[in-house]
Design a protein around this ligand. Structure first.
Ligand SMILES: [Zn+2]
Length: 249
């Protein structure tokens, strides 16, 4: 049943060093029932989860859902900021909320106002930022650092800004990743997870609860089962991993 995870099991069995994982679910604020379903999978396996929350999309219902899960201890969830309103500001090219058409000052206002909104429900939010669509302008990392963010999480393919005072912790496996425009599916996902284990970096798995089917949730449960049981794996929150990786502070 879980043959799609065979490459991952193999990679973990032969891993020379412990493999660290983190799981990042994006777009909290959209589709609370789907978020609740995802949280239940993580609850069932007692696995830590980082939830990227869209400040302007988060109403009382979303906040209550997450707060109840966190405060009751049902879920080990850390919340961080996912953009501001998750809207595209680019007239052409790839979608971006913090892209080239938004100067630093405009971005700073959105980021700070978003942080304020988020703090009203989540004063315990960690100082990490995931830009919508995993991309941003070349000046966004400096803006984030200057207003007090410590961690930037994008996709591995975004490269690294490499600025002092901001740790980058990219996701490396997109659950809904595509190769040559074709969705990877379980087998491809298993291969991506396996290759992620051999890079010497934390394996960051990006999820989007709003588009996960029942099958996706079942397979996610299968993955978590492997990850929890394997002696070579540990799962952490991204902020914790970033601080552990930062030797320049
Ligand atoms: Zn998003």
């Amino acid at each position: 049943m879980t043959h799609w995870l065979a490459p991952l099991r193999q990679a973990l069995d032969s891993a020379a060093a412990p493999v660290r994982f983190f799981f990042r679910d994006d777009d909290a604020g959209w589709d609370d029932p789907a978020l609740a379903a995802l949280l239940s999978v993580f609850e069932d396996h007692s696995v830590p989860l980082d939830v990227a929350v869209i400040p302007t999309a988060t109403d009382t219902a979303t906040a209550t859902l997450l707060r109840d899960r966190i405060d009751s201890g049902r879920n080990d969830v850390a919340v961080h900021q996912h953009g501001f309103a998750h809207v595209n500001h680019e007239a052409e090219g790839r979608k971006c909320e913090f892209g080239a058409s938004r100067p630093a000052e405009q971005q700073r206002r959105d980021i700070e106002y978003g942080r304020e909104l988020l703090a009203s429900s989540f004063p315990d939010a960690v100082p990490a930022f995931t830009p919508p669509w995993n991309r941003c302008a070349p000046w966004t990392p400096e803006v984030l650092r200057d207003v007090g963010f410590e961690v930037l999480s994008r996709d591995l393919s975004a490269g690294r800004a490499g600025i002092a005072g901001l740790v980058e912790l990219p996701v490396s496996v997109d659950w809904f990743g595509k190769i040559a425009r074709v969705p990877v599916g379980p087998e491809g996902r298993g291969a991506l997870l396996a290759s992620g284990c051999t890079q010497g970096q934390p394996v960051g798995v990006m999820l989007h609860h709003a588009v996960m089917s029942v099958d996706d949730l079942t397979q996610l449960g299968e993955l978590l089962e492997v990850v929890v049981a394997h002696p070579h794996v540990s799962v952490h929150h991204l902020h914790h991993l970033a601080m552990a990786a930062d030797t320049h502070r």
